[in-house]
Write a protein that binds this ligand. Structure first.
Ligand SMILES: Cc1cc2nc3c(=O)[nH]c(=O)nc-3n(C[C@H](O)[C@H](O)[C@H](O)COP(=O)(O)OP(=O)(O)OC[C@H]3O[C@@H](n4cnc5c(N)ncnc54)[C@H](O)[C@@H]3O)c2cc1C
Length: 382
């Protein structure tokens, strides 16, 4: 192949969701030619736009897992670095996990212990009695039996965050190619040769020494382009209803979770940064890649039931918006798949980034950089 005149990068990042954006920013600190490619015309239009926007305290992931490590580390990087260095909407908001019976009370005790094992400080977690919880949130369902308070959580606007990360990377010299879909990847001894099509059907070819695959639901499709079948992905969709600002006062500043055992993980009523209330998400398996952001009438009703379970007087009929997103779940491990490809070490997968991927994003970016560092010398820009 004639490579003359081919634009060549040191590292190409595929996918401008929050994960690809975080990695690009981290890599832009080094003396590297870095470029991020995104098939949509804007960043963060897929899973990074369809989530709860919670930076989780870190008590939920199972101890010893990569998710547990990266959730806590990620949260600390937000608190100690990103919140100071980057300008994006955010708010510190404590969370309450509500228990409605003995089984769920046992579950929140388990979550408390798990949080401590994961490294949360004792003053970040507290089991509250029914009355203590109702003092904090008087409109919560009075049938609760107990609650777990976590003071280590925040809400952010994940779309603004992703844009801010990309802007920061660009100001450090990274290049951004929006509306550029990766169509095929072949290998030359030194380079990956990548063909793209633009949103107006023009094709282009680029070379890159390394590739980081952060393509969300399509990370397995990208992997197949170099004949890598190490992992595959399935999608679990979550739908939300956004409740009008008039209802915001029904809760104080807490993210209200249902206990995970009976109702599925992560179901919330929560304040939004723009003054609305967020209710959801559902958990629907077997979702096609093309339907990861679909809204259905059946789930719309179900979210109403969830909302009223948490806040009985919540006027769900005052819904003013709906949205959805899907978790990309690694079929083989049900865990983050962050590893070089078995077909070529220079091709690094950052795949299967389901929840708490947003919370873990800063730490995931560092993990990806350290995998690159294991293969090539990285020199920080002065
Ligand atoms: C319902 C729900 C609630 C959640 N709540 C939380 C939460 O509160 N807290 C938390 O920590 N985490 C949460 N998560 C998880 C979090 O949203 C994800 O971990 C995170 O957004 C994943 O980001 P990503 O960049 O990997 O994927 P994406 O945002 O999907 O980005 C991948 C990008 O790759 C692009 N792409 C794909 N194929 C190609 C191609 N061929 N060429 C070019 N570009 C391509 C896509 O267009 C997309 O922009 C939630 C997830 C869901 C679904």
């Amino acid at each position: 192949m004639n490579l003359q005149g081919l634009p060549v990068f040191d590292v190409m990042i595929i996918g401008a969701g929050v994960i690809g954006a975080a990695i690009t920013r981290e890599l832009s600190k080094y003396r590297l030619q870095v470029a991020i490619f995104e098939k949509n015309l804007q960043v963060a239009q897929e899973t990074s736009a369809g989530n709860s926007g919670v930076i989780h305290g870190g008590f939920d992931p199972s101890p010893g897992t990569l998710a547990a490590k990266l959730n806590l580390l990620g949260r600390h990087i937000y608190e100690n670095e990103w919140f100071n260095q980057l300008d994006f909407p955010r708010q510190k908001v404590d969370s309450l996990v509500l228990a409605f019976n003995d089984l769920e009370t046992q579950e929140i005790e388990r979550l408390y212990n798990q949080g401590i094992t994961n490294g949360l400080k004792k003053n970040e977690l507290q089991i509250l009695s029914r009355d203590q919880c109702l003092n904090l949130e008087p409109n919560v369902n009075p049938q609760i039996s107990a609650a777990l308070l976590c003071t280590g959580s925040h809400i952010v606007d994940p779309v603004c965050l992703t844009k801010t990360l990309v802007e920061s990377a660009v100001s450090n010299g990274a290049q951004v190619f929006l509306g550029n879909k990766i169509e095929s990847i072949t290998k030359d001894p030194e380079l990956f040769i990548v063909k793209t099509t633009t949103s107006h059907s023009q094709s282009a070819t680029y070379g890159s020494r390394f590739i980081i695959n952060a393509a969300g639901h399509y990370a397995d499709v990208i992997a197949r382009m170099i004949d890598d079948r190490d992992f595959s992905l399935r999608a679990r969709r979550g739908q939300y209803r956004v409740i009008e600002k008039t209802e915001r006062g029904i809760i104080n500043d807490h993210i209200l979770f249902l206990a995970p055992t009976i109702h599925g993980k992560g179901v919330i009523v929560a304040p939004m940064l723009d003054g609305h209330l967020l209710v959801g998400p559902t958990a629907e398996d077997g979702i096609a890649k093309e339907e990861t952001r679909l809204i259905t009438l059946e789930q719309f009703e179900r979210i109403g039931v969830i909302g009223r379970k948490i806040i009985p007087n919540l006027r769900m009929e005052r819904t003013c918006n709906v949205f959805s997103g899907s978790r990309p779940i690694c079929v083989e491990t049900n865990a983050f798949w962050i590893a070089p490809s078995s077909k070529d070490q220079r091709f690094i997968h950052v795949a299967g980034i389901s929840s708490p991927g947003l919370s873990a994003a800063p730490a995931i970016a560092r993990e990806a950089v350290s995998l690159l560092q294991a293969q090539t010398e990285l020199v920080l820009k002065s």
